[in-house]
Design a binder for this molecule. Structure first.
Ligand SMILES: [Zn+2]
Length: 74
């Protein structure tokens, strides 16, 4: 067995790398780097942004539109 030092890389290679629904980025941690809502992946950074969102800000409008679209897709 020579793969002891590469255990982390093996894990990353073995998992599906999801693309964030909001920013389009693929986190290094893969699926563990965010949450899945209605089959859409949201990375941790966007999750934090959404939680921190100020009602009435321009970003808020964009996020609400995207979330509405997400839930109407079911
Ligand atoms: Zn994101």
């Amino acid at each position: 067995m020579s793969d002891v030092c590469c255990e982390k890389n093996e894990t990353i290679k073995g998992i599906l790398l999801p693309r964030c629904y909001f920013c389009g980025q693929v986190p290094d941690e893969g699926i563990r780097g965010g949450v899945i809502i209605k089959k859409a992946f949201i990375c941790r950074q966007c999750e934090i942004q959404i939680v921190d969102l100020q009602i009435g800000s321009p970003v808020y409008e964009i996020v609400i539109k995207k979330i509405k679209k997400l839930f109407s897709k079911v």
